[in-house]
Design a protein around this ligand. Structure first.
Ligand code: SAM
Length: 225
């Protein structure tokens, strides 16, 4: 299947589920219908996010046993990267098939993979993580759910902890576009309203993609208690 037809299929699934008022039910069929073939999952490239790798490398970040949470972990490459860099990682996805797939790909992994919904995370995750990483999940959620998702995500950051977010971005004059919907920078202000502080904001052409994609990469911290 070409990447255009995979993306079209994902958009069809999104439209069908969203028309029924079901924002999340479309992810599981994408993974289930892929039948173990990662090339059938539109966003799966079986490598850590290069924009995460570059960020970690530029800052020489090591986990040193600190805790990390990976939101919407997909097939697990970012979670494995963070574990390799010394974090104690929990990674979750709303799709049980994706989570089981991570288990098969990384049978000896130190990562704790879990099925979970960013819109209703377990209470035990509240302010529990030193480093929270989110890439490309907010942009597949309808706009009406993003503030709720952001608030829950921010809530998982421990005092003194860091949150790194990477997403498609757009300028106010740009059209909303198709799913995955690029975010406006103003939408990210919901993170600061939820209690964390913007440390660093970058916007750039991501040339790891063909054609290149306009990205936001933003880093936040929760002030120490
Ligand atoms: C576009 S994919 C990105 C996956 C991965 N982060 C990556 O960069 O390859 C979005 C992922 O978020 C998951 N997801 C969507 N809504 C979610 C939610 N409410 N809670 C947890 N995971 C969710 C989907 O199942 C999917 O794996």
């Amino acid at each position: 299947m070409s990447s255009d037809s995979k993306r079209s299929r994902a958009r069809e699934l999104a439209a069908t589920h969203l028309a029924r008022g079901d924002a999340l039910g479309r992810f599981e069929p994408v993974y289930a219908q892929a039948a173990g073939v990662a090339a059938n999952v539109p966003w799966a490239d079986l490598r850590p996010n290069p924009n995460l790798v570059e960020w970690l490398d530029a800052k020489a970040i090591r986990g040193d046993g600190r805790t990390a949470l990976v939101v919407g972990c997909g097939l697990g490459d970012d979670a494995e990267l963070l574990a390799d860099r010394g974090f104690r990682v929990t990674a979750f996805d709303v799709s049980p098939t994706a989570v089981a797939w991570c288990g098969r790909r990384f049978p000896r992994s130190a990562v704790r993979y879990a099925v979970g919904d960013l819109l209703s995370p377990p209470a035990i995750w509240r302010q529990a993580f030193d480093f929270v990483f989110e890439a490309y999940t907010l942009q597949v959620l309808p706009r009406a759910l993003r503030d709720q998702a952001i608030s829950h995500m921010v809530d998982t950051v421990r005092p003194g902890g860091t949150l790194l977010l990477i997403c498609r971005g757009r300028r106010p004059e740009d059209a909303e576009g198709q799913m995955p919907w690029p975010l406006l920078r103003v939408e990210l202000s919901a993170l600061e309203r939820s209690g964390i502080v913007l440390e660093e904001f970058e916007e750039f052409w991501d040339r790891h993609e063909e054609p290149p994609v306009w990205r936001f990469r933003a880093c936040y911290s929760r002030p120490p208690a």
